[in-house]
Write a protein that binds this ligand. Structure first.
Ligand code: LLP
Length: 430
């Protein structure tokens, strides 16, 4: 397993910023989500600095669907980063934990009327309109609330990025956004710009997630700016802001080769500026909204090994006390992960295991064919790179309670999510 900066091997054991994983397991139990706060803060600041430019205002928004808890919301607020939200639930969590709603961008196809109303009444800064029917709904509700609502339009620029089909969002048949190739697109934009209760500021696009080619982002930017210029020239509508979405790929295993986002961003901003100047677009603001690349590497999950099984077919299973309930990604996207036995950090890898969860589902395997030291019941297995889309996609399948989460910051660690109880699982049931 590739170690993160905050991890190192001491006295034959893997440690997290000097904390022994065995002690963390004793204190909080397993399975346990562990979040390294210092590395998250550092990454957020790095992105913010890398976006700084004299050309226009820039803002980094955090795509909170990747991981959102009260503690994460408080960090968003403290770091002054904007929040990309996709539901009233995410807005609620943000504003109840100090996030400035003016810095929120509200996304989603089929936002419900009550969600739109909730957002407008609570001063959510920007609503990213997803389709032409939503234009009318937001306009109407803004009128009822008595506000002029700032909006962007989500465009689908038709740029194909190579990623898993389920997380590819910008192909022609995508459920998200209005296609730049749609014959009615001009009418939609004209309506947006003239709707009495809307303040149309520009465009948004998000071409997909876990993308490794910088070229895809440059291409999408060029397409969007070219499209914006056509809108200005043809329709006389000014484009002030473009939000380029998220999607920067991260490392899970050796086959992933992500680019360095902090090195990429200044070049990307230069590219956007140069194209905007060439096309005579007076851009006032540029935003990005990464989720995974900001949180993933800060998160890991600690499991205890239970039974071991050698099958008649010759396969060696090691069962963990967690499951697809705490990490659905391998079952849903064939996602790959690396892991390490924290109490056998210096033992040679000598056996091939399939790490399977305890849920009643054959596909509940967290890692297939990983080389590890000979395992024994009670060993602790750490899976890295689980910060994004693990806790946020967790479920109670099989009535398995969701794990606890802790944050580690330098010499301290503290609980941010309590382990779910059986009573809590029944709480809303009558
Ligand atoms: N902006 C929009 C409009 C999005 O739809 C998404 C992700 C993001 C930003 C953040 O993308 P990121 O930087 O995290 O790649 N559950 C899947 C990923 C779904 C992504 C959905 N949209 C997974 O576990 O891989």
């Amino acid at each position: 397993m590739r170690l993160e900066k905050y991890q190192n091997v001491q006295d034959g054991r893997l440690k997290h910023a000097g904390h022994d994983y065995l002690e963390l397991a004793e204190t909080y139990g397993t399975p346990l989500y562990i979040f390294d706060e210092a590395s998250f803060r550092e990454r957020v600041k790095g992105y913010q600095q890398a976006m700084e430019t004299p050309y226009f205002e820039t803002e980094v928004l955090y795509a909170s669907k990747a991981l959102l808890t009260k503690a994460i919301a408080r960090l968003i607020s403290e770091l002054g980063i904007g929040q990309d939200v996709v539901s009233a639930g995410e807005i609620f969590t943000g504003i109840h934990n100090g996030v400035n709603p003016e810095k929120m961008y509200f996304h989603g196809n089929n936002k419900l009327n009550q969600e739109i109303r909730y957002a407008i009444e609570n001063n959510v800064g920007t609503i990213v309109i997803d389709n032409r029917m939503e234009v009318e709904r937001v306009n109407q509700i803004a009128g009822e609330v008595g506000k002029k609502q700032r909006v962007l339009l989500r465009l689908n620029p038709g740029v194909e990025a190579h990623t898993h089909e389920y997380i590819m969002t910008a192909n022609l048949d995508s459920k998200f956004g209005e296609s730049v190739f749609d014959e009615a697109i001009d009418t939609v934009i004209q309506r947006l710009a003239t709707a009495e209760n809307l303040n149309f500021a520009g465009f948004h696009s998000h071409i997909g997630s876990q993308i490794f080619e910088e070229a895809s982002f440059y291409k999408a930017a060029t397409e969007l700016l070219t499209f914006s210029a056509a809108v200005q020239n043809k329709l006389g509508i000014k484009i002030e802001e473009i939000n380029f979405g998220g999607g920067f790929g991260v490392y899970y295993t050796e086959t992933d080769q992500p680019f360095n986002v902090v090195d990429f961003l200044p070049n990307f901003i230069e590219h956007v500026h140069a194209e905007a100047v060439k096309l005579e677009i007076n851009l006032k603001k540029v935003t990005i909204e990464p989720g995974r690349s900001l949180v993933n590497a800060s998160g890991s999950t600690l499991y205890e090994i239970g039974d071991l099984k050698h099958t008649a077919g010759g396969k060696d299973y090691a069962f963990i006390d967690g499951s697809m309930n705490d990490n659905i990604r391998p079952a849903l996207y064939q996602a790959k992960y690396e892991a390490m036995v924290v109490n056998k950090a210096e033992f040679p890898a000598e056996k091939t295991y399939t790490i399977a969860g305890k849920a009643c589902e054959s596909g509940d395997k967290i890692i297939e064919n990983i080389e590890l030291p000979e395992l024994t019941t009670g060993d602790l297995l750490l899976v890295n790179g689980t910060g994004a889309y693990n806790y946020s996609m967790a479920s109670n399948y099989n009535r398995i309670p969701r794990p606890a989460m802790i944050h580690v910051i330098e010499d301290k660690h503290y609980l941010t999510v309590k382990r779910e109880s059986f009573e809590e699982m029944m709480m809303r049931e009558i």
